[in-house]
Ligand binder design. Structure first.
Ligand code: SAM
Length: 554
């Protein structure tokens, strides 16, 4: 950890009115030991800390031990190679960040061009990139110059040694939006929305291709300039070794400044514990709202439900890596006789959406249900492991575990005709993500007449209330209970058996596009109505004219 990270943390803490991270989606590039991510998380952000795979173990452990029980959102750690397969691993259409943070990512390494490409990739319209930097080498200046050319930047802080820049996107996404608006104006009102979307899509692809080309050129160009700068660096007085020594001193100093704010594991920790009293006075200038008490928790949680011990192994890779409050609330409800009377699961076929670590799945299986637990593919390994180890030898029915992307190929993978569930369970599936429509469609897909949908969620954002509204419109629903800020709803389909059967015969409709189809139908009807009404008003006008003409002739 070096001074830049510390400077950025201090900046974030003391300028919350300028950079308000509360409830913001934040990505850190080159998170290292994780201090910036930890502080951002303690300031209320939803953080993804990225780094190379070999760094993630320590990073995760630092994130977990310093934020658990104290942060609004559990930070996650993810692998990210700068400039490498960004469109595959972090597609821009899916991953949008309010803030991208980077501290001390520019130093004497060979990936400066890739770093800039990575910054560009994540910096979309609406994203603010905060970069804390300390200029040490000639090549750092080259990077700064390219950074200036790439973004609209402003200098937020400059303490003589460390500069904190804020940057926003200059380029092509803005173009796409403008193009979109232009097209909208050019097209007649009758031209269909679909056509517009198609055109925008192809425009997007074109721009994306152009972007890939420019990324490659940029990398090449930067490499060339870097090579020249490197030569200059080599000729400069003071070798790299000196610099490394100085850096080590900086590291030492940094740790000395930490009274024990956040417990960061890593090789340096012991080395630096000796002399922090000498820097105590300096610290007083920086009150630390994130200064926590230190405790360590392993990534394993032990629960007791239904008189059984349930051990949940967590992983920090994603949102499905930890037990969320709604799962806990529903498990607590099912642990009571009243709860089991209201939601009677024994021998019932049950589907769980977004099962995550599998705590609820385990409880449901122990209650005798025939469970199918579903989630994204990367979650299934840990889910399978937790579910099996906690239910083997204690279950009536062996649970199934299946991949399910909300709103994706539902009719192919889970045809309604053969997949009927008595219960569909979903806990904390509504949070800050872009698939709320797909989620609602998935709920609709599985909630047939005769199915009880149980949805438990902590209400966090105003957007959650919108989802609740849509949910209530889609289903016959009622609030079963509210506990620990988690609302538990039960819902049933608004459709009757007959209506559903009728629908099932319509293969086009049954293809997961019901909502779109319904919408199109409404649009068609509205258009027809509009045509009819303008036709009848034309007829009226024609009659009036005829009358007028007749009276004139007369
Ligand atoms: C906030 S976690 C909740 C996990 C668990 N239900 C709990 O309460 O502990 C949300 C879960 O939904 C899953 N999920 C998110 N987006 C999804 C999608 N598009 N399709 C399927 N599952 C998704 C995540 O992998 C994660 O396991």
């Amino acid at each position: 950890m070096v001074l830049q990270a510390l400077a950025l943390c201090r900046y974030l803490e003391s300028n919350q009115e300028i950079v308000d991270l509360h409830d913001k989606v934040v990505l850190e590039i080159g998170a290292g030991t994780g201090l910036v991510s930890i502080v951002s998380s303690l300031l209320g952000a939803w953080v993804t800390a990225t780094d190379l795979p070999e760094v993630l173990g320590n990073l995760r452990s630092n994130l977990s031990r310093n934020t658990r029980g104290r942060s609004r959102y559990m930070p996650q750690a993810a692998e990210l190679f700068w400039g490498c397969k960004l469109d595959k691993t972090f597609p821009r259409s899916v991953y949008k960040y309010d803030y991208v943070l980077a501290a001390d990512v520019v130093y004497h390494h060979d990936f400066l061009a890739e770093l800039l490409v990575t910054m560009r990739h994540f910096c979309q319209p609406g994203t603010t990139l905060l970069w804390a930097n300390r200029v040490r080498f000639q090549s750092d200046l080259v990077f700064t110059e390219n950074f200036r050319k790439t973004f609209n930047i402003s200098l937020l802080e400059d303490n003589g040694e460390i500069k904190i820049y804020s940057a926003n996107v200059k380029e092509e996404r803005g173009e796409v939006m403008e193009e979109g608006l232009k097209m909208e104006n050019e097209m007649g009102a009758e031209e269909s929305k679909n056509l517009k979307e198609l055109k925008l899509d192809s425009k997007n692809v074109e721009l994306q291709q152009r972007k890939l080309l420019t990324d490659a050129t940029l990398v090449e160009e930067m490499k060339e300039v870097e090579r020249k700068a490197e030569l200059q660096d080599e000729n400069q007085e003071g070798t790299e070794d000196d610099e490394m020594e100085r850096l080590n001193d900086v590291n030492k100093e940094t740790f000395e400044m930490e009274e024990k704010p956040v417990e960061i594991g890593g090789e340096d920790a012991d080395r630096n514990s000796e002399s922090h009293s000498t820097e105590k006075d300096k610290q007083q200038d920086y009150p630390r709202s994130w200064a926590p008490t230190i405790y360590y928790m392993p990534g394993k949680e032990i629960y007791h439900f239904l008189g059984q011990k349930i051990i949940i192994q967590e992983s920090l890779d994603s949102y499905g890596a930890t037990v969320w409050p709604a799962a806990l609330a529903l498990c607590k409800l099912l642990d009571t006789p009243e709860g089991r009377q209201q939601i009677h699961l024994c021998d019932k076929s049950v589907l769980e959406l977004g099962a995550g670590t599998g705590l609820l799945s385990a409880v449901v299986t122990l209650l005798g249900a025939k469970l199918t637990a579903t989630d994204l593919p990367e979650i299934l390994g840990n889910l399978t492991c937790n579910l099996n180890r906690n239910t083997r030898g204690r279950r009536r029915h062996e649970p199934l575990i299946a991949e399910l992307f909300w709103g994706h190929n539902l009719e192919e993978t889970f045809p309604r005709s053969t997949n009927h569930y008595d219960y569909v369970l979903a806990t904390d599936v509504v949070y800050h993500h872009d698939y709320l429509t797909e989620l609602l469609n998935t709920m609709r897909h599985f909630c047939s007449p005769g199915t009880t949908l149980v949805w438990a969620n902590k209400v966090r954002y105003a957007r959650d209330l919108d989802f609740i509204n849509d949910f209530q419109k889609c289903f016959n629903s009622s609030l079963l209970t509210e506990r620990d800020e988690v609302r538990i709803y039960v819902a049933t389909s608004r459709e009757t058996e007959d209506a559903r059967e009728e629908k099932a015969t319509d293969t086009e409709k049954s293809h997961n596009g019901d909502v779109c189809e319904d919408l199109r139908e409404i649009q068609r009807k509205t258009q027809n109505d509009e045509v009819k009404s303008s036709q009848s008003s034309l007829e009226e006008k024609y009659e009036e004219l005829q009358d007028c003409k007749a009276s004139q002739d007369h």
